[in-house]
Design a binder for this molecule. Structure first.
Ligand SMILES: [Zn+2]
Length: 149
């Protein structure tokens, strides 16, 4: 935590106690650079929940999403760290949007980013996550990609 006054990177916790009825922890800190004291609150980040198409609710799993994206990118020249970054960006895009998101919305966020990362992976992922009505839609999507080149 950077000092809000001088920007020094090292601060010391001088007091720590539960606050907001135990929902958070209040910390008094002192800057080791300029001696300024300030207060921080630590709160639990609400777990992002995903509403599946079948109506079931389950916790958002970065590992599961990464596995799905990896499958779409099999044999493609995209590194694992690019996939991890994409998953982080997708998860971050839902912060502050409430604690619940539909799986289609996650799919849409992934697609938006995959499109610029790898077109083959994009089409493969789209075939799974978009509500394709069959092969015709899939072909339309491929044709749209090809005409965009
Ligand atoms: Zn300071």
């Amino acid at each position: 935590m950077l000092c809000p006054v001088c920007g020094a990177p090292s601060t010391r916790v001088i007091d720590s106690r539960p606050a907001e009825g135990g929902q958070s922890i209040r910390r008094r800190r002192e800057c080791e650079g300029c001696g300024q004291r300030f207060t921080t609150y630590e709160r639990l980040e609400p777990q992002l929940m995903v509403r599946k198409r079948n109506g079931r609710l389950e916790p958002f799993s970065p590992a599961k999403l990464a596995a799905g994206i990896s499958a779409a990118l099999a044999d493609r020249p995209v590194s694992g760290s690019s996939i991890d970054r994409l998953v982080e960006e997708v998860e971050a895009s839902f912060h502050g949007a409430g604690s619940q998101v539909r799986s289609e919305e996650i799919g849409r966020e992934v697609l938006e980013r995959l499109r610029s990362l790898d077109e083959v992976g994009y089409v493969r992922f789209a075939s799974v996550y978009k509500d394709f009505q069959g092969a015709a839609d899939f072909e339309k999507e491929v044709a749209a990609l090809e005409s965009a080149e």
